[in-house]
Design a protein. Structure first.
Length: 165
């Protein structure tokens, strides 16, 4: 089945991307996804307002990591930390061009999904550190965002800039 194969090749894909990429009507995708989830060929999980689909072989850490890696800002944070090691949140926000509040929203979710930790020094300064760099790199290598996903993420960033005091 096309949907099952697409999910296997694109773990963490969300519903709208299935509709767009496979050029199917939303009702068709709903019908087939419901059947695939029912027979456990595909796993369905919601993360932060988006429903994602995974092959049954993805473990809980991979599912959380993939859902976040499909968001441009979270992905940029992960790449920055891979390239630079631990970093202060101010440095990360500045380097990837987002408001500190936006960075914190994404970092909180990255911490929640055990991709990043906030390490504190003896002066209580925070450093962001990747918990599993090798696995994170594997996840990032499987995620290629679509143009509509990138546009939505960039629109969110633009709103941040415009609404920042």
């Amino acid at each position: 089945m096309r949907i099952g194969e697409f999910v296997a090749a694109n773990p963490g894909v969300h519903f709208n991307q299935l509709v767009r990429e496979l050029d199917l009507a939303p009702g068709q995708v709903q019908y087939h996804v419901r059947r695939l989830v029912g027979d456990r060929s595909v796993r369905r999980e919601e993360f932060y307002g988006r429903t994602h689909y995974y092959p049954p072989t993805c473990d809980a850490w991979e599912r959380g990591a993939l859902s976040l890696a499909r968001r441009e800002t979270a992905r940029d944070v992960l790449y920055y930390l891979l390239e630079n090691g631990g970093a202060a949140p101010e440095a990360v926000a500045s380097a990837i061009g987002v408001a500190r509040s936006t960075l914190e929203w994404h970092v909180d979710h990255l911490v929640e999904q055990a991709l990043v930790k906030k390490a504190r020094d003896d002066q209580n300064r925070v450093t962001l550190v990747l918990l599993e760099p090798e696995r994170t790199l594997e996840v990032l290598s499987t995620v290629e965002p679509s143009l509509p996903e990138r546009l939505v993420d960039r629109f969110d960033r633009l709103l941040d800039v415009l609404l920042e005091p």
